[in-house]
Ligand binder design. Sequence first.
Ligand SMILES: [Ca+2]
Ligand SMILES: [Ca+2]
Length: 237
Amino acid sequence: MRTAKGGAIGMLLALAAQAVFAQATLPTVHTGPWQYGVPPAGWTFSGLGGPDYLPDYDGINDGAAKLDGTGDFIEIAFNEPASQLSFWIRGLTFAGGIFTVEESTNGVAWTALQTYADPPTNAAFQVLTPSPAARFVRFIYTSRGTGNVGIDGITLLKEDFVQPVISGATYGGTNSISVLETVLGRTYVLEYTRGLDAVPALWTPVDSDAGTGGGLVLQDLSPTNAARFYRVRDATP
Ligand SMILES: [Ca+2]
Ligand SMILES: [Ca+2]
């Protein structure tokens, strides 16, 4: 009995280790090929039709994915908060169906980020914002009427925080938050929350600016007399 139990536990541990291993580290990107492509670590392709669509939508000329049946999906499991999910989508003679981009914290219960009852007939670039708690996103042909859906150029970005140095804090005036190092071409956003107890905390953007290659000062022009917690986020589109 002991041995059997140990064996079962050993197998569970092995499965858990495998599940942890199969998570994408952000950022993660896939442009193609799809039907016979090798999914990156943490990605699952299920039911993709073929051949891949050409010309593709991301311009890399490595095909766009063909989702051609109810339940076909592309899923990404990842191990840290994501800031942005971008992709190309196209409906091909699509009618009477539902296509959904969803997120999940556990891979079991899913919430729609965007529902398409009429996906664009010309390939369109889309940007969605997963919640910080999400660890899964998927593109799923929820129910097929007629036609297919093409998906291409999927990018999932990491939520990047930088270390702000607060140089000044005044009540009823301006709170200035200095960031010591910024990168040219990137965008930084100053956000505040009045409490860290809520899960997730509610962050409100108050300023944003482009990186300078050096320091950057972001300002909250109208702080109140209540306490505010600040963070600076790399929100480069
Ligand atoms: Ca492509
Ligand atoms: Ca299929």
